[in-house]
Design a protein around this ligand. Structure first.
Ligand SMILES: [Zn+2]
Length: 114
């Protein structure tokens, strides 16, 4: 009944890293799982860059028209970004405005350029 397998894992805490995608032009060679989730798909990274430049945030409609993606695709990406706290959304009238959440993430550490 002895459970000893957990001990070996504790001595070697492996934090998985991911290779920086080619469309991210600078930053660390190896990204943490969260950052990779954010930039690991090119169109998602494009969305993040747009939000990074939009100080007042952007609505799904604005993001959709600027990326030429379909709205369900944009919404899907935004949900993933929200799941790792990379974006925050606020209500503005009947619209939902998305902003990049730089502080809540290790973007700075992984040196991801936005
Ligand atoms: Zn990171």
């Amino acid at each position: 009944m002895a459970k000893k397998e957990s001990k070996a894992k504790e001595t070697h805490p492996e934090e998985k890293t991911y290779k920086r995608p080619t469309w991210v032009k600078s930053g660390e060679e190896e990204l943490c799982p969260d950052c990779f989730k954010v930039v690991g798909e090119r169109s998602r990274y494009n969305l993040v860059c747009m939000l990074g430049k939009a100080k007042e945030g952007m609505t799904v409609g604005e993001l959709t028209s600027q990326t030429k993606l379909r709205q369900p695709t944009v919404t899907h990406h935004l949900q993933i970004l929200k799941s790792v706290d990379a974006v925050a959304s606020t209500e503005r009238g009947r619209e939902r405005v998305y902003k990049l959440n730089r502080d809540a993430h290790c973007f700075e550490e992984c040196k991801i350029p936005f």
